[in-house]
Ligand binder design. Structure first.
Ligand code: KIV
Length: 276
């Protein structure tokens, strides 16, 4: 059989979401994003999502760390590459971990270039106040698409003192609105806005030209993101803004309990599980 015949008879692969197509969804059909950290989970989520975020929330969801601060570039690259292997059509965005981009635009470029080269992802995300605008401009000008993240920025937990909603006071409201304008003007193709009072999320969505992706923000954002483990019900405690679509923790415990009972009573394995 000729190679050409094999290729033309194969089903066409779905086209992967691009950064310009994602950006063009401003004020159109809401964008769907979930976090993913492994190849299999990416494969399962991919048909339903416009973007998969390899979030540094893997600190808590996979590694049992107390915050995202200890996450390293090597961790993000390993999980980013796994997600790219599992995703066929969603845009894959990889979080830049704390300490990999804040020192200078040059540091941000070297870290982001490693992420794109070693994972095959299409974009990076960084937690960006106005101070990060030069880094975002530098990356964008050099061909690296940046999704910015404003409002409640978990990498700044030591400065913020916790994970409470932001933008309640006038000064903080104005600062976050200015952050949004600065990162959008610097070239961010989308802005994640996390844990802010709803009027602020709506004002930012109205003010900037690129899509806003809300998490604990507003249904009026241009899209939504959730941490997949939260929405699947893997943890007992979640933030107010999480909607649980399953109770996976309970179902995993029940399955493990049934398996343990089968092993202890010798109900497993049975004939159909054995080699003749
Ligand atoms: O790391 C992450 O999962 C995130 C989302 C909460 C947006 O940044």
């Amino acid at each position: 059989m000729s190679t050409t015949a094999t290729l033309t008879s194969a089903p066409a692969a779905p086209r992967r979401m691009t950064v310009p197509a994602f950006r063009a969804r401003k004020r159109a059909e809401p964008l769907v994003m979930l976090t993913a950290y492994t190849a299999r989970m990416a494969e399962l989520l991919d048909p339903h999502c416009d973007a998969l975020l390899v979030g540094d929330s893997l600190a808590q969801t996979l590694y049992g760390l107390p915050s995202t601060v200890p996450v390293t570039l090597d961790m993000m690259i390993a999980h980013g590459a796994a997600v790219v292997r599992g995703a066929r059509q969603a845009l894959v965005v990889v979080d830049m971990p704390f300490g990999s981009y804040e020192a200078s635009p040059e540091q941000a470029f070297h870290s982001a270039a490693r992420i794109l080269k070693e994972t095959g992802a299409s974009a990076v995300k960084l937690e960006g106040s106005q101070a990060m605008a030069p880094a975002i401009a530098c990356l964008t000008a050099r061909g690296i698409p940046v999704m910015a993240h404003i409002g409640l920025t978990p990498q700044a937990v030591n400065l913020l003192g916790g994970y409470g909603a932001r933008g309640r006071g006038q000064a903080e409201y104005a600062r976050i609105a200015a952050d949004a304008r600065a990162v959008a003007d610097a070239g961010a193709f989308a802005v994640v806005i996390e844990g802010v009072v709803e009027p602020l999320a709506l004002a930012v969505t109205e003010a900037i030209a690129c899509p806003t992706i809300g998490i604990g923000a507003s249904a009026g954002c241009d899209g939504q993101v959730l941490v997949v483990d939260d929405m699947l019900g893997m943890f007992d405690r979640t933030a107010r803004f999480v909607k649980r679509y399953d109770s996976l923790a309970e179902r995993i415990q029940a399955a493990a309990r049934d398996y343990a009972a089968d092993v202890r009573s010798r109900r497993f394995p049975q004939a159909e599980h054995l080699y003749g």
